[in-house]
Design a binder for this molecule. Structure first.
Ligand code: NAD
Ligand code: WQD
Length: 338
């Protein structure tokens, strides 16, 4: 079955391409490389031993997307393509609404016109904000988004649910990712942040590699066991496999319009200080870090209840935090030539 992977040269998309092929699907990548590099395609070839069809196109382009869908007889789409920098979305909201919402609407229109039924959408635990009860389940109420980026995910979920409610002939699954970390164990693909990383793990690995002088822990006086924030850090390979499970599930629901949403995390919460400790321990190194002030807008504590994905999609994260930290560091060493 041929699957269009928008944003397939990105962090999560590239790992998903590998797992799709392992599961017998045939991925086709569309990525405009606005936040990724052509070197990812080389990494994919080194893992897979073959080229994956790739189109450097903007998935807001109806004509180009239609061409790719028709040429490859696409039967399902995984829509990763989006901008994801939370801070930038606050200063440039229209850029985020246009790309994240515009591209989704375009994809849905292309799907309708070409009888493509199946869609897996990249949503985020950001839709929960700071939930009152942890771990969050899929029925935990969504909170008003803290940023335009977060709002694009909440709006996108509503668009998808409304489309299915209206009886449009779609099978759609939204996956609410928690915090993806790690890299492919081969170190052929991984996270490639442009400029100064916003996210914790690339900042940790770049500090260990000497690219950044010091990691700042954003607050250690929160109401958590060690005072630092708590997150659900999921290995990107486990996350990638969830997309295969979602596509498989969609094929069991072809008789009527179908929409569902799943938490995709480990079900465990780990603190920022635990991350530093684990990174140092498994990689046998010392990280230069200091405790700094809180980062405005940070959620204090979140992790997911992932039983719905286990029961209905037969998916569960398998890798440990230790593996995530080893793989993240192996990847950083490779790209830094250490
Ligand atoms: P990423 O930036 O590495 O990958 C996104 C890819 O989409 C990039 O390669 C970029 O070049 C491409 N892209 C962006 N706009 C495009 C467009 N209009 N046309 C074609 N290509 C386009 O990000 P990622 O971490 O792999 O995230 C993938 C998806 O998962 C995004 O939708 C993101 O919002 C979501 N998500 C990410 C996280 C996270 O922490 N990484 C957490 C939750 C949800
Ligand atoms: C994790 C923890 C920081 C950097 C963001 C998005 C969210 C989702 C995932 C897409 C926090 C702390 C970080 C640093 C630190 N993305 N930290 N020093 O905040 O969970 O969420 O990515 O949907 O929408 O907001 O991830 O990696 O930025 O931070 O102490 O230099 O690490 O305070 O507690 P976060 P993160």
């Amino acid at each position: 079955m041929n699957i269009l992977v928008t944003g397939g040269a990105g962090f999560i998309g590239s790992h998903t391409v590998v797992e799709l092929i392992a599961a017998g699907y045939s991925p086709v990548i569309v990525d405009d490389l606005s936040n990724s590099s052509p070197s990812v395609l080389k990494g994919l070839k080194n893992i897979l031993g073959t080229d994956v069809p790739f189109y450097q196109e903007d998935c807001n382009d109806y004509v180009k997307m239609t061409e790719v869908v028709q040429k490859h007889n696409i039967q399902g789409i995984i829509h990763f393509a989006a901008f994801k920098a939370v801070g930038e979305s606050v200063s440039e909201p229209l850029k985020y609404y246009r790309n994240n919402i515009g591209s989704l609407l375009n994809i849905l229109n292309v799907m309708r016109a070409n009888n493509v039924r199946n869609l897996v959408f990249s949503s985020s635990c950001t839709v929960y904000g700071q939930a009152d009860v942890i771990p969050v389940t899929e029925s935990t109420p969504k909170k008003k988004a803290e940023s335009p980026y977060g709002n694009t995910k909440a709006i996108a979920e509503d668009i998808l649910e409304d489309s299915v409610k209206a009886g449009l002939d779609f099978g759609i699954i939204s996956l609410r990712y928690f915090n993806p970390v790690g890299a492919h164990p081969s170190a052929e693909i991984g996270e490639l942040p442009i400029g100064v990383p916003n996210n914790l793990i690339p900042y940790v690995t770049q500090t260990a590699a000497g690219i950044r002088e010091k990691l700042t822990v954003f607050g250690s006086d929160y109401d958590t066991p060690d005072g630092s924030n708590v997150r659900d850090f999921i290995h990107v390979v486990d996350l990638a496999k969830a997309h295969v499970s979602a596509l498989n599930l969609l094929q069991e629901h072809t008789s009527e319009p179908y929409y569902n949403v799943f938490n995709i995390g480990t079900g465990r919460g780990n603190s920022v200080l635990e991350i530093i400790d684990t990174f140092e321990r498994v990689n046998n190194l010392k990280l230069n870090y200091e405790i700094g002030p809180r980062r405005p807008g940070d959620v204090i504590k979140i992790y997911g209840n992932v039983e719905k994905a286990a029961t209905e999609m037969n998916w569960r994260a398998e890798k440990t935090l230790e593996e995530s930290m080893e793989d993240a560091w192996r990847w950083q060493k490779k790209i830094s030539n250490l």
